[in-house]
Design a protein around this ligand. Structure first.
Ligand SMILES: [Zn+2]
Length: 102
């Protein structure tokens, strides 16, 4: 079973959600959402600090992976993370619209 999943994932990925999360070791997204290989596209940065790399990863998730769901997972940096996600997605309205419709 696991070998077949890994063989399928070698051909490509189709995660159902993109998660912007703090790197905090106490909040591993895969464990929180009981997710396996290929199910989540996760961007983790200590403190959810916004950077060009974070923006690029969010844009990649919207434009190329077309994940239909974006989640900002955090506690202490929630407002900053939401602002970062909105900023990145606002710069790629076509990608976000594609994700919403597909
Ligand atoms: Zn944190």
């Amino acid at each position: 079973m696991q070998n077949q999943i890994l063989a399928d994932l070698a051909k490509g990925q189709n995660p159902y959600a993109t998660i912007l999360s703090c790197s905090d070791s106490r909040v591993p997204p895969e464990l929180i959402f009981d997710a396996g290989f290929g199910e989540l596209f996760i961007i983790r940065v200590a403190g959810n600090v916004f950077s060009p790399e974070v923006a690029g990863s969010l844009q990649y998730a919207g434009r190329h992976l077309r994940t239909p769901l974006f989640i900002v997972l955090g506690t202490h940096a929630l407002r900053r993370g939401r602002r970062s996600a909105r900023h990145a997605l606002a710069r790629q309205p076509a990608a976000f619209a594609d994700s919403a419709s597909g």
